[in-house]
Design a protein around this ligand. Structure first.
Ligand code: ATP
Ligand code: MG
Length: 195
């Protein structure tokens, strides 16, 4: 079984994440996609705006109704800073026989050489990279041992980010249809990102 892991801060999860996940699933022949919110992301200067519980709830709502998408709380349960190498070791231990691939957008592809212990990571998993407006999907810039582990899959470029959604909500605008309806309703009901 081949499982794609779509990790992120998901503050909040949005349609760009889901389109990327679905394109990766089909394009790379994944059996399932697991959506995995980070506890504390290692690479972001600011703490998430929503609570861990709220980010988890939104991921669950986003996955609802799709039997091939599954929310997993392995990083949230572990706590602390979510380093991918720790997560990968945990996943491989917990799910022997499952092969994992990480699904990442172009900004993260670019950032791969800076991932903590990337040389160990690429020995254990491969990556599926997708385009994102504002970023070049240029694998030539990557060292060979990393580049060899990245497969590219195309998607219609989606210019949505969680930052944009937080800003739009703060400004009192509408983010309807930029996030799944169940996520939109949750944000409205809980006044998320309004201040
Ligand atoms: P933020 O603006 O808070 O950084 P984000 O929209 O970048 O949020 P993250 O949770 O940081 O979302 O990203 C998780 C993963 O999803 C990363 O691999 C990122 O590249 C990918 N991703 C996010 N948005 C898109 C998008 N619109 N198209 C393709 N990939 C995306
Ligand atoms: Mg981001």
């Amino acid at each position: 079984m081949l499982v794609g892991i779509m990790g992120g801060t998901f503050d909040p999860i949005h349609t760009g994440h889901l389109i990327a996940a679905e394109r990766a699933r089909v394009g790379a022949g994944l059996d399932e996609v697991w959506l995995m919110p980070a506890n504390v992301p290692p690479h972001k200067p600011n703490a998430p705006k929503a609570t861990t519980g709220q980010r988890w709830e939104m991921v669950c709502r986003a996955a609802e109704g799709n039997p091939l998408f599954r929310p997993i709380d392995v990083e949230i349960n572990k706590g602390g800073v979510s380093y991918s190498i720790d997560t990968i070791e945990l996943l491989c231990e917990q799910y022997p026989g499952v092969e994992f691939a990480y699904i990442i957008g172009a900004d993260m592809v670019e950032y791969l050489p800076k991932w903590f212990r990337i040389d160990d990571i690429v020995k254990q998993i491969r990556f599926i990279g997708l385009g994102r407006p504002g970023y070049q999907l240029n694998l030539d810039a990557l060292p060979e041992h990393i580049r060899a582990r990245v497969t590219l899959v195309t998607m219609p470029l989606v210019d949505i980010s969680s930052t944009m959604i937080r800003e739009e909500r703060k400004a009192g605008g509408s983010v309807r249809y930029l996030v799944p309806e169940a996520v939109h309703q949750y944000m409205e009901a809980n006044g998320l990102y309004e201040s």
